[in-house]
Design a protein around this ligand. Sequence first.
Ligand code: FES
Length: 98
Amino acid sequence: MKPAFHEIDPAPVRVAVRFDGQELLLPEGANLAASLLAAGIVSLRDTPVSGAPRAPFCMMGTCFDCLVQIDGVTRQACMTEVAEGMEITRPTREAADD
Ligand code: FES
């Protein structure tokens, strides 16, 4: 299936990151949430109460639907730039309750 989101830069410098163990080559310095969406990863976490999948929504740091863990620290993907070697995982239930 073709991704619903597309990158603007046709030839960005790409760096390797991992998302839930999957290696991805994302544009260095780009917005992490947008880059994951463009890579076809839509759901970044599940709600702690119902387990429903959540995707980036506001893209400006207010909804917290883009929470991920980066190198073990819970952060908003929409407020983070892509950097080489990021180890990104979906937040654990314990981290989401924090
Ligand atoms: S998408 Fe809303 S806080 Fe990141």
